[in-house]
Design a protein around this ligand. Structure first.
Ligand code: GCU
Length: 334
């Protein structure tokens, strides 16, 4: 038994204690309260524009429901990594989470398409798809895995950043150990571009950079800044290889337990938060870019053509999958 606990991360033990306490609390309070509280866990810090989007949803839901349906947010990976919060959702211990679409691709394969390099031409093309048929299909695809999609949040474009290796072309990625998200698509993306992909949870990355476990990573500007990775990495390379959105999900068990009225409140609150979050995103990127320049971070704007060319096999491999091919073709035609 002692050995078993040694093998578990401290975070996981905390999650289990938390979940146990929560269950006890809920069982004992269910009969004397007509308020419902949806526990919402995610991995980003509170200064991040995605967290601010979630707060907007929380406030709007509170207002619409007159406090009858509330969201309690656990930010900053307090309840574990994205994979762990997805699992907590599946077993019904938390109601909602916000994860990167790439983390979801481990559970619901349709989300793999969001990690294809240079699939989306720009932000307009991305949202045209996410807010149309493709987005609906993706959000619905999680339901059979107990993960009902609620909405997408803007997570910009992901680019590489390195501690001390300037990268001007994919050739410069050769031999660099770069942290990627914990899913097969992200590993494939970085390896195909010539790097040596090192998957790990976002929360472990600062230390990994500091201790030279990896030479760099890839992410959008607000995550590069709010995680303080810019303190350790000198170069940010605007190759913008992917536009992986963030996704809010609710466990199907919680969704099914809501009344029709509560479902409408939640959907409306989510829609309102999507518009606000896009605004927070833009404002944050502008502020962050200014700050990074002042701190002396070197921005590199490489020619994207060699990156597009070298990463093409990632899409070609997915086109062989009969389930994914029609979605990719739809996006390309849009
Ligand atoms: C982005 C995304 C997070 C994700 C992180 C990562 O910041 O918004 O959901 O955890 O990338 O690289 O892991």
């Amino acid at each position: 038994m002692k050995h078993f606990f040694k093998l578990m991360s401290f975070r996981k033990i905390l999650s289990i204690i938390f979940v146990g306490t929560w269950l006890l609390f809920n069982l004992s309070c269910a009969s004397n309260s007509d308020e419902k509280i949806l526990f919402f866990a995610h991995s980003l810090p509170t200064s991040h524009p995605v967290h601010k989007g979630i707060v907007a949803m929380q406030e709007s839901l509170n207002e619409k429901s007159g406090g009858k349906l509330q969201i309690k947010i656990f930010p900053d990976g307090q309840l574990g990594s994205e994979r762990e919060t997805i699992e907590l959702l599946q077993i019904g211990s938390i109601a909602m989470t916000k994860v990167s679409a790439s983390a979801l691709s481990n559970f619901a394969p349709e989300y793999k398409i969001t990690v294809i390099p240079y699939l989306f031409r720009d932000s307009d093309h991305l949202f045209k798809n996410l807010e149309g048929e493709v987005g609906e299909q993706l959000l619905a695809s999680g339901t059979e895995y107990l993960l009902r999609g609620v909405c997408f949040y803007d997570a910009g474009a992901r680019s590489f950043y390195t501690k001390d290796a300037p990268v001007n072309s994919p050739d410069d990625l050769d031999g660099l150990k770069l942290r990627v998200q914990n899913d097969q698509m992200s590993v494939d993306m970085a390896n195909t571009l010539g790097a040596s992909a090192t998957p790990m949870a976002f929360g472990e990355l600062y230390t990994a950079l500091q201790q030279n476990v990896v030479d760099g990573a890839e992410n959008n500007i607000p995550s590069f800044v709010s995680s303080n990775h810019f303190e350790v990495c000198k170069y940010y390379i605007f190759d913008e290889h992917t536009m992986v959105p963030d996704v809010v999900i609710i466990g199907t068990k919680f969704w099914d337990s809501l009344s029709e009225e509560e479902k409408v409140w939640l959907e409306e609150a989510a829609d309102e938060s999507v518009a606000k979050q896009k605004q927070y995103w833009k404002e944050t990127v502008d502020e962050n870019m200014k700050m990074l320049k002042e701190k002396g971070i070197e921005f590199i704007y490489p020619d994207k053509a060699p990156f597009v060319e070298k990463s093409r096999p990632v899409m070609e491999r997915l086109l062989e999958d009969p389930q994914l091919r029609p979605i990719i073709e739809k996006i390309n035609a849009n």
